[in-house]
Design a protein around this ligand. Sequence first.
Ligand code: ATP
Length: 456
Amino acid sequence: MSGSFARPDTLVGRTVGRYRLVEKIGAGGMGSVYRAVHIEIEDLVVAVKLLLPGLIDDEALRRRFKDEAAICARLSERSSHIVQIRDYGILEDLDLPYFTMEYLQGRSLQHLMHKVAAPVHQGLAIARQICLGLRVAHDMNVVHRDLKPSNIHLIPDLQLGEKVKLLDFGIARLVRDAQRGPLTQGYLGTPQYSAPEQLRGLEVDARADIYSLGMILYELFSGVCPFAVEDQNFETWYVLHTEGEPSPMAAANPRRPVPMAIEQLVLHCLAKKPADRPAGVSEILERLELVMGHLPPAPPAAAIPPPPTITLSAEQVAHLEKQLATQVGPIAPTLVRRALGSSHTPGELVEQLAAQLPATQREKFSRTVLANLSAQTSAAPSPGVREGSVPPVLRLDPRFVERCGHELSRLVGPIAAFLLQSALKETPPTPAVLVERLAALVGDQAKAEQLRRKLL
Ligand SMILES: Nc1ncnc2c1ncn2[C@@H]1O[C@H](COP(=O)(O)OP(=O)(O)OP(=O)(O)O)[C@@H](O)[C@H]1O
């Protein structure tokens, strides 16, 4: 039935492969994305991307859509920082290609950066994970070409606290694609984040992604764009990227001082000529890790969060977990515990949890749980006492933490203190959980295994 046109939202309720489309999450230039559940196992949630129905007759776009799934599938085999592809197929009656991905909870980096600059510690952890994912793509000769905050998701993760996932390889291409020639066929991308050579329609390589990364890191650490922008049109961005000088980061946001080494790195990435940028993502990673190694480590005891500042009854906690679990599944109790540890009011608690949900679910969730919470929540607990089913704060033996730091620094060098601090920042872990968090942070499977062997 080639050429037929189906309105995307009429697809809600349809079965695609083994999944039923539940709601539309959003749409981009090439496809619409839906949250979907398995037809037999409701807790199995995925995201399904379908080519826009108006594009099904365009063979080149169909091929590009399939390429996106294929490239992502290949890359995610090698990096957990790249969204996983589960399936690819065609909806027979509509002749509509689709692919199925892991469903990403949480929020995009665009959402995080919308309000303020990230604290340096958090910014470094995010930047490092973006680089780990991007390095795998570049090592496999794939250039993303549309790296931007909305294509970088931060999902809640038991080990990392916050895990970066790169997505939307819709216009990614192999650097050398013999059948289709070099990457020079007109402009594709997002002008705000594109490198000068990409905007000019010239041949691009991994260094175009490095430029986009520079734009993202500038905003991540300073909270503002490197250029003063009046009109958000192609011409304006073209002039700014090809001729404009980025403002010094310190001047851009004097209230949020950025370490000099980060500023130098970011401005290096934003060099106009590809040859003047860092040679590769490995170099950027090394420089980020050098900064991490020099940040003053917080003493482990101080890194253990203070007791929570609101108390809930066991029933309220159970209600909250149940409401959240309908959206996020088994990770709900962990998210509730973490949010309880850093909220001062029921409103703050609900806001934190709602931020983990897709935008369409937030309001309903907030309304439902706030009504339940505001009935009985007290704002100031009796000292050190916490009601409800939430376990008490666990205190780790400082000697064990010290041993972890020691083993870690043998494996990763000066960034050990930074990683240890990150691992302790989340809800206080048991020793085994601490080791798992560290193993995940190391970002290298062999080293992670060595760490487990030494410490467990
Ligand atoms: N695996 C996923 N899990 C959850 N949300 C997703 C997933 N993949 C995409 N999305 C969301 O779906 C929406 C549409 O994504 P899509 O990649 O199609 O377009 P886009 O990035 O918004 O636009 P464009 O591709 O034109 O730049 C976005 O809000 C994106 O965050």
